[in-house]
Design a protein around this ligand. Structure first.
Ligand SMILES: *Cc1c(COP(=O)(O)O)cnc(C)c1O
Length: 829
């Protein structure tokens, strides 16, 4: 069933079988014949034919794991940034070549059909993409797992750039239906809100009975996630909300059509859309409803499955591991306690042991202001029983704190589940920490800083719980699918086995200096750059030279990620070229892509600045052929798959100490881009693996940043010492790039001068010098190619298979399948 190696013949029998299967779907599932089918009909028919093949594997994998009584992993995440599934599933099923040939024979191209699939963007950025990579790796490693989340009617907004400004439009990803999902109308759970709690004494024990005021139904939709080589298939189970009482007929009959459906509207609002991550959650009741809705449905579902398979609620932790992706599912702590104590009559202390042994929590941010908190008053109104449970957990927890640090009120206040200072709020990070046996950070540096900063005191109280699990990416999507030409070269150079065991990439090392191999490697990159140059021409009508250095920064637009530092460097470079047009300049294309949260005005202004700078630079004949700036709209997984294989330089320039890990950095290095970056997040581990001579590190370190912030945020000192920076800031502030509104960017210029919280001005000179070092390296193409090849050769450790194998061993206590390459992968960790 697997893809034949290039050049190998295709099995004619299998080919005709696939063709008939697609035609049958077209007729019987879509209701059209080949003559009248649109491209989208063909896509759906092909997807359904593929899905049939997946379902057989899926059902047998599930049966096998239940028969064997295996422990299961449940991954709870409010975000899954899955992107397109068609070629991903084809590749993992080993059916890519067969479907390609079959569709070719039927007169429709696979690559055209591929584009008919909407990019499923049920996530904001890295956190959601991590969940998607993890789902694929868990399936690949044969770990029986379910991903639980919300089936949002609208995913992350579609970004349009209008006259340089970001505009947001709804992402109607479901408007043409979704061939991957199975609706499970029989899998329905009731999720309750509001009301009050009654306490009764039965046989000497207090018993809580929650009388909710409102009930919403959660309906399951399952999407199969295929592991590499199709050995195992897991489910992504997303919940949709509806009202148990969708239409009040009596109200309808009075003519009040809107009022008759009011409850349905209120229930459905829960799964209407994905919240933007940069919005403060404060006061957003709907977000808390979303969190409880998906946590409650998921826990009810997994407890029911466990009881059906095992019969013993007390044995839950031995058969179930629940991973909380960030604090969004923190209510799992209280909901599992409620299920155990209130519904299954387990004693509180026993229930607590089961809960802690079952749950673990992944932290994604060090910013204290980004750790979720909710007003106690809102909790009381929406989840009164859960608030009681939180108070009771807190009593024992604070008693332990008192025991550990007697009389230390500050320590008690800092670890408490309730923040008493800011108008009494429930702290979701503390709740998740206290209720989990393992708390992990997502890069070595992040996990270390967690112990020193946000969870310093909790780490003291519960030593040994914090552990590190450096993020990873699935190589199937980010290498094999995104970069088939490079994959072909790697198969040639490292053997077929490289597809199963990425540590084989190190076999490239011996060819890194070989000029014939370098030529092949460069040809692949050039091919990918031509494709990207074409896309840039089509999408934004900017002509770029594929021979130029492609300098790429693609990620959410955020001050800490410092797109501003990048565009500031572009401005300084522009000035320098204008001053000396005859200089030996390296031709560069600065490529940006990313979305800003709709409410994040400053980030949206930065997008406008990038586009305004592009307008001036791209149309100035003096710099023609030396510098271009391109902002590609609507960044998503599919766009990343085109940009990443074409990148020469990867911009990973966050303010040190602020990026928890990053995964874009891994995707780009794996595809041979050289990183220019700060010592932040996983950049540090990338440096350790690729070697300090094959990466360009610059700027302040996390400790320097903390020290400088304490001294104040005024940057006048560094600006005085840097004529290039000073001129670039003046150009922004005086309207050099905004002649139609010379005041437009004054706020940015002011911040760069006097409120440099993100150290953009402070790091500028170091960054500018590192960029000129990059220019110098680019001039020696053999040395550049060698460094680029060595990046690919040394990135194996960043496979999400390695990350998941570590979770399996240290946190979940589940085996990974026999052929999982966990030992060799760990060698360098
Ligand atoms: C990988 C990825 C991200 C995360 O990028 P970072 O550079 O780590 O912030 C965000 N969005 C998409 C679409 C991605 O593929």
């Amino acid at each position: 069933m697997n893809s034949p190696a290039p050049g190998q013949p295709i099995d004619e029998l299998a080919l005709s079988e696939i063709k008939s299967a697609i035609l049958a779907k077209l007729r019987l599932a879509i209701g059209k014949d080949a003559g009248m089918a649109t491209r989208h009909d063909w896509y759906k028919a092909a997807a359904l034919a593929l899905r049939d093949r997946i379902v057989h594997r899926w059902l047998s994998a599930e049966k096998q794991s239940y028969d064997a009584g295996r422990k299961r992993v449940y991954y709870l995440s409010l975000e899954f940034l899955i992107g397109r599934l068609f070629t991903d599933a084809l590749n993992n099923m080993g059916l890519l070549a067969l479907f390609d040939a079959a569709l070719g024979d039927l007169g429709v191209g696979l690559s055209d059909l591929r584009k008919c699939e909407p990019d499923a963007a049920l996530g904001n950025g890295g956190l959601g993409r991590l969940a998607a990579c993890f789902m694929e790796s868990m399936a690949t490693l044969g770990i029986p797992a379910i991903g639980y989340g919300i089936r949002y009617d609208f995913g992350l907004f579609r970004q349009i750039i209008n006259n340089g400004w970001q505009q947001e439009y709804p992402d109607e990803w479901l408007s043409f239906g979704n061939p991957w999902e199975f609706q499970r109308p029989e899998v329905v759970y009731h999720v309750h809100f509001g009301g009050g709690v009654e306490h009764v004494e039965t046989r000497g024990r207090d018993h809580a009975i929650w009388h909710p005021a409102e009930t919403v139904q959660a309906v399951a939709y399952d999407t199969p996630i295929v592991g590499w080589r199709g050995h195992n298939v897991n489910a992504l189970r997303l919940w949709s909300a509806r009202s148990p009482d969708p239409l009040k007929l009596d109200v309808f009959n009075t003519g009040d059509y809107v009022g008759a459906a009011a409850e349905e509207t209120r229930a459905e609002s829960i799964c209407k859309f994905l919240y933007p991550n940069d919005e403060s959650p404060a006061g957003r009741e709907l977000r808390l409803r979303q969190e409880y809705f998906f946590v409650s449905a998921s826990l009810q579902d997994l407890v029911k499955r466990h009881l059906a398979a095992d019969g013993q609620i007390r044995g839950l932790a031995a058969k179930v591991a629940v991973q909380l992706n960030d604090t969004h599912p923190s209510l799992a702590v209280t909901e599992l306690m409620r299920i155990l104590v209130d519904l299954h009559n387990i004693r509180w202390d026993d229930a607590w042991k089961i809960t802690v042994a079952t749950l673990s929590y992944t932290n994604h941010t060090l910013l204290p202001e980004a750790l979720e908190t909710w007003p106690v008053e809102l909790f009381q109104r929406l989840l009164p029983r859960h608030l009681e449970i939180i108070y009771r957990i807190n009593v024992a927890h604070l008693a332990l704190a008192e025991e550990r640090c007697p009389g230390d009120v500050d320590f008690r206040a800092s670890v408490s589940l309730i923040d008493e200072k800011s108008g009494r709020r429930v702290r979701m990070g503390q709740l998740a920490f206290v209720g989990s046996h393992r708390i992990n950070g997502v890069s070595a540096m992040h996990s270390d800083l967690m112990k020193e900063t946000v969870f310093h005191d909790l780490n003291h109280l519960y030593p040994g719980r914090i552990t590190n699990k450096t993020n990873g990416i699935t190589f199937r999507r980010w290498l094999m699918l995104a970069n088939p030409k490079l994959t072909e070269l790697l198969r040639e150079a490292c053997g077929e086995a490289v597809l199963d065991d990425p540590t084989r990439l190190q076999l490239l090392e011996k060819s890194a200096g070989d000029s014939a191999f370098q030529d092949k490697f460069r040809n692949v990159k050039h091919h990918n750059k031509i494709a990207l140059a074409r896309l840039i021409g089509e999408k934004i009508n900017i002509k770029v030279d594929p021979g130029a250095l492609f300098d790429v920064q693609i990620k959410r637009i955020h001050e800490y990620k410092r797109q501003l530092l990048n565009i500031l460097e572009a401005i300084a470079l522009y000035h320098a070229i204008k001053d000396n047009p005859q200089g030996n300049w390296v031709p560069r294309v600065k490529i940006f892509a990313g979305k800003a949260a709709a409410s994040y005005r400053y980030a949206k202004l930065i997008i406008k600045l990038i586009n305004d700078v592009a307008e001036v630079v791209n149309n100035d004949p003096v710099v023609a052929g030396r510098l271009k700036v391109a902002f590609l709209p609507d960044y998503n997984v599919s766009l990343a798959e085109v940009i990443i294989p074409a990148a020469d330089l990867s911009e990973q320039i966050s303010t040190a100490g602020m990026e928890a890990s990053g995964t874009g950095n891994m995707k780009l290095a794996l595809n041979g881009a050289i990183t220019i970056g700060t010592l932040d997040g996983a950049n540090i581990e990338i440096r350790d693996h690729v070697g300090v001579e094959n990466i360009a590190i610059f700027g302040m370190e996390a400790g320097d940043v903390m020290v400088r912030r304490k001294q104040g945020l005024d940057a006048s000192d560094v600006i005085r010492g840097s004529p290039g920076l000073s001129r670039a800031i003046n150009a922004i502030g005086s309207g050099e790039f905004s002649p139609d509104d010379t005041h437009r960017f004054e706020s940015i210029a002011h911040a760069l001068r006097h409120l440099d919280h993100y150290m953009v001005s402070a790091d500028f000179d170091s960054y500018f010098a590192a960029q000129r070092g990059i220019d110098a390296r680019w001039q020696t193409q053999a040395a550049w190619a060698r460094a680029s090849i060595l990046n690919v050769a040394r990135m194996a450790w960043f496979s999400s298979d390695r990350t998941i194998a570590e979770y399996a061993e240290d946190i979940w206590n589940v085996p990974v399948n026999g052929r999982a390459p966990s030992e060799p992968l760990r060698a360098k960790g």
